[in-house]
Each structure stands twice: as structure tokens, then as C-alpha cells.
Write a protein that binds this ligand. Sequence first.
Ligand SMILES: NC(=O)c1ccc[n+]([C@@H]2O[C@H](COP(=O)([O-])OP(=O)(O)OC[C@H]3O[C@@H](n4cnc5c(N)ncnc54)[C@H](OP(=O)(O)O)[C@@H]3O)[C@@H](O)[C@H]2O)c1
Length: 303
Amino acid sequence: MYIPITLLTKLTEMVFSSAPTTFPNHTLITLNDGGFIPSPAFGVGSALYQKNATEDVVLALKNGYRHIDNAAIYGNEESVGEALKIAKVPREELYITTKYDGGDVRTEFELSLKKLGVDYVDLYLIHFPKFADAGGGIKTVWREFERLREEGLAKSIGVSNYGVIELTELLLLAKIKPAVNQIRYHAYNAKENAPLLALAGLNDIVIEAYSSLSPITKFPGGPADPIGERIADRISTVSGGIKVTVAQTILDWLKTKNIVAVTTSGKDFRQKEQLQVFQESFPPLTEEEIKEYEEAGPGWDQQ
Ligand SMILES: NC(=O)c1ccc[n+]([C@@H]2O[C@H](COP(=O)([O-])OP(=O)(O)OC[C@H]3O[C@@H](n4cnc5c(N)ncnc54)[C@H](OP(=O)(O)O)[C@@H]3O)[C@@H](O)[C@H]2O)c1
């Protein structure tokens, strides 16, 4: 029987495509290891640092968040585990990130699994370069990360707060490249991070951005504010009646750039507002708007 090559290709794609269909409120970004990462992530650091996160995570899961961003040093993995038990979302519909904060990798990793009450994590990150130094050096630590990945205990492995120098060093020794680099990224430091994003792009490393709402939460009154308001007005108009907020335009900026948004809120209405951006129907920023945001005030946060 003759099967046209185009049909054969299509069928092969259908059989081998592993894109999960279980993250309806998220954008899925492809990783360099063949996996996917859902955006946005709900963070339990910063405002929840060393605090019980159960209530906030249960609310976030109820609202549709499925990616939880954690770290050993946040001191609340057990409370996240408690939330997972209460919410009863099937494990395969969750994406759990946690981070390594020094010590023996295997011991720390197993402790995180135990506290979270899971038997694997979707993403395991070295939180800061200094923690790899404290754990015996990047080569030793990364080899153990690679073993965790090979054993399927961490579906993906990556880093956080790695600059160009540290990332280059890691790429030179890695047998498995980091899949992501989670960094502080907002309108006022986007330009200084351009070389890091370029290096990540060359290696298909996905950027995860935290503290992106800083222009409105930490440095209000800056040059990005009127730009955000103008973008919010435009998107409100084209999306027919939705009242888009400046915070949403910031998350939309990340979404348009294929960057994973790591954000948070203890408030029900804000969680819903955040997730709304990741609906397929939410319009992207234009190239011009992206440029305006990033050129509004490089370094303005340093003043
Ligand atoms: N890898 C790292 O080194 C690192 C470092 C820092 C953070 N992180 C991760 O990133 C997550 C988020 O960090 P972040 O707090 O810096 O992120 P952010 O997204 O910039 O800010 C979130 C904070 O902004 C407030 N907020 C949300 N929407 C708002 C709005 N529309 N208007 C005014 N305020 C609003 C929230 O407070 P309300 O609760 O009042 O809404 C929340 O506390 C952390 O939880 C952690 O998981 C990672």
C-alpha cells in the first residue's frame, strides 16, 4: 500500500510527540532535553520564604496553577507537599521544580523528594553558583545532577542565577546541557541580560524569569509604567472588553518572548489574572512594544 510521505511524517509526529495535554492554563515551552515546561510557575519563595505555603498553594492549584517553583532553602517544601495532598491533582498533571542549596546532592535531593511527598521532580536546579562551589564544585555537582536525570528522578536539570561566565564553564563540562536558567529578569535589567539570553538561545536553554513584576512592585514610578499602561489599553481594546492590567502586560511580555514566568500572589483575584494571560486567546505584545519595554530605562532599578 502506498502512503504519501507527508502523511507518514504526520503520523510519525503524532505517535512520537510527547507534548502533554494536561496543562490547560499554561503555555508549554520545549526544552533541549525533549521535555516541556509549563509557564507560568507559582513561586513559594520571596513572600513565602520560610513560611507555610499550604494555603497559597492549595488556592493556586484550585485556580489552575500546575507548576510550583520551590527550593530547599525556602524551608517550606513540607507545606507544599501538604498542599499537594489536599488538592489531589494527579501527579502527571503537575510540574514540580525544586532547587539545590548546597550539601551532598543525593542526600539533599532525597530530602526534598521526601518533604514534597513525590517520587520524582520535573525540574531540579542549582539555585546559585555558590551552592555548587559549596557542594564540591560544579563538575562534581553537575555529574550527580546528570545521574539524577538519567535515573528519571529529575526529569530535567538546570541552573538558576548563572551569568555568562558560570554558564559557559558549565557548558564546557556538561554531558547533559542545563535545560533552563532561572534568573531575575524585568524591564530594567533586560538589556544587561541580553548577552546571557543570547548564550542561552544558542544552546536551547530556556530562560525562567523571576521578579519580573519589579517595575510595579519594587520600583514604581519608572519609565516602564506609562508604556505598560499604553500596552494594557491596547490589549484591552483588541480583546473586546477585558480590562487588562499592567501586571498582565509584564507576564505577556515574557510569554511573547518564550520565557517562563515565575511569579506568585496570595490573592485569589491576582492568581486568576495571572493565569488569564496564558490562555491561548490572550493577545501577544508586538515587536515594537517589546522593544519599548526593554529600552524604557535600562538600569533604572539601580538608581
Ligand atoms: N531563583 C531565584 O533565585 C529566585 C529569587 C527570587 C524569586 N524566585 C522565585 O520567583 C517567585 C516570585 O518572585 P517575586 O516575588 O520576586 O516575583 P514577582 O512576580 O515580581 O512578584 C510577586 C509579588 O508581587 C505581588 N503582586 C502580584 N501581582 C501584583 C499586582 N498586579 N500588583 C501589585 N503587586 C502584585 C504579589 O503580592 P500579593 O500576594 O500581594 O499579590 C507577590 O508577592 C518566588 O516565589 C520564587 O519561587 C526565585
